[in-house]
Design a protein. Structure first.
Length: 259
């Protein structure tokens, strides 16, 4: 279960992605910058570039001002932390008092995350229809799963939820548009999720919009969905927004339900 660090019951996750630019020193500076921010967790991503790119993608010329290499393979490779540095970041974040969460794109990356004793995994929207990867994750991982729903329909989500029926799990509404206009966020789907998935431990929003109003709305919807549920466990509600700084943020509202 995710832990809350705020008196208000909110749980913030800072999304690093590859904004560390493959440099462990930048990654550590990002962690340090969040020390007094109220953030509860740090999330990043693990990819095995040799596995997750096609031959065409690897050989594609990627010559632009934001490129870290001549080809797309060189660019993506440069943005990845080494396995040693990735583990260093995990321990550095945990020692600073943060939970550490990671998404992944392939079985090799999943196995690595399990080797370093990851407690929380994120299913990215781009992997929701990768049934073999989801099934392998459910087979090997007993921890907490956070699931995004971008680029999917209810049938895809039904299957994902069923695959992770034995895990603690949270479901996030996501519209895969970057940046995403507020009119496309579809927050009302959270009511559908709440009624459709009775065994989900929390709902919320994974968004790439500007501003914070949608996050407040999503947290309110998610908290209201859980407020009347009689339970002794604390159930987070999620919202995510895009920060103009170096990371995304997710916020979780945790209703205070007496044991």
């Amino acid at each position: 279960m995710l832990k809350s660090k705020l008196e208000s019951g909110l749980y913030f996750i800072a999304e690093f992605g590859q904004n560390h630019q493959g440099d462990i020193n930048i990654a550590k500076q990002m962690v340090d910058a969040l020390a007094v921010s109220g953030v509860s967790a740090i999330k990043t991503a693990k990819r095995d570039i040799d596995t997750c790119l096609t031959i065409e993608q690897k050989n594609m010329i990627y010559d632009n001002p934001n490129s870290f290499g001549k080809t797309y393979y060189d660019h993506r490779k440069a943005l990845e932390l080494s396995e040693v540095d990735y583990f260093t970041l995990k321990k550095y974040a945990e020692n600073a008092g943060f939970d550490f969460i990671s998404s992944f794109t392939d079985v090799k990356s999943l196995q690595y995350l399990l080797e370093i004793d990851s407690k929380y995994l994120k299913i990215a929207s781009q992997r929701i229809t990768d049934v073999l990867l989801l099934e392998k994750t459910a087979e090997l991982f007993n921890g907490t799963v956070i699931m995004s729903s971008g680029m999917s329909d209810l049938n895809d989500i039904d299957l994902m939820v069923k695959i992770f029926e034995k895990n603690i799990k949270y479901l996030l509404q996501c519209t895969s548009v970057y940046p995403c206009p507020e009119k496309l966020l579809n927050l009302n789907i959270l009511h559908t999720y709440k009624n459709r998935y009775k065994k989900i431990d929390g709902f919320g929003l994974s968004g790439h919009h500007s501003g914070v109003a949608p996050d407040i709305a999503a947290s309110s919807i998610s908290l209201a969905a859980w407020a009347a549920k009689a339970s002794t466990k604390r159930m987070p509600a999620f919202a995510e927004w895009f920060s103009k700084a170096f990371c995304h943020f997710l916020t979780l509202g945790i209703p205070r339900i007496s044991p």
